[in-house]
Design a protein around this ligand. Sequence first.
Ligand code: GYE
Length: 335
Amino acid sequence: MKNKKIIAFLSAAILVTTMFAGCGTKATTDGAKATKTATDTSKKKVIGFAQVGAESGWRTAETASIKTIPTLDPTFELKFSDGQQKQENQIKAIRSFIAQKVDIIALDPVVENGWDTVLKEAKDAKIPVIIVDRGVKVSDQSLYAGFLGSDMEAEGKKVAKILVDKFGKDAKLNIAEIQGTVGSSAMVGRQKGFKEGIADCPNYKIVKSQTGDFTRAKGKEVMEAFMKSDGNNINVLFSHNDDMAIGAIQAIEEAGKKPGKDIFVVAVDGIKEYFQFMVDGKANATVECNPLLGPQLLDTAKLILAGKPIDRWVKSKEGVFTAAQATAELPNRKY
Ligand code: GYE
């Protein structure tokens, strides 16, 4: 009897143990699942993007495009930092990305110089860096994996060609130039390309040249000053971006002149809003600079992480648009 009781007790115990064991297994499986999900998330490849700022329509479009990366490929995560047009903020952002051990750093540098130290820190931490949109000048080329962006010098040359095609080489042009951010590759390249492009036009004179820092407000301010001192003389405006041209167009109108007629207006970028100014006859031409770099940045990051070679310079594709094409092109503009 006693034995029977013991056997019954043991059987119950075994049953209970098995039941618990069953629960235990279930719990472990769920736990494992939870752990696996957590591991998957932590396995996401992280790109840290140090952006210049939010100074122009172009910039906003670039930011939006790069922010699509995690949607284009959910195995990627994006950490975004807005440098507010200050190099020191961008350097801080890179250091923070290094501390967070991101997989790739993408840097859109506000200016060309002054990156050696922080890029060396990224290299020492074995984090590859892709330079996006604007270029850098560094002593050691191995400090970054590659550059993805436009050919700024070529853009400056295209602007010059627009003038030569329109007015001929021998025309007498008094050109006002509103430059982008001083020391940025966009400003340096566009200015250089433009000057080369007009080198054999003896009567093309840059009579005014000042920076508008790529913003609409400063573009207007600069043009106001130009109009005050030389308004009757200027017959061409070359603005390093569309936003500054839009600001300048307002200044030209306020000074009692007709932008697009009294002053031929040419810029760079190709933002939708500027197309409207061309349609309205207040601007004459723009050279396209493509800000939709998100998909190409993702592709480049994937190649690097797969240990595959990337081009030293991945160039973006772009065109030139005149006021005559603006109405047809306007509905196609994606930025
Ligand atoms: O032209 C301007 C922006 O770096 C190409 O920066 C870019 C330039 C662009 O603020 O609108």
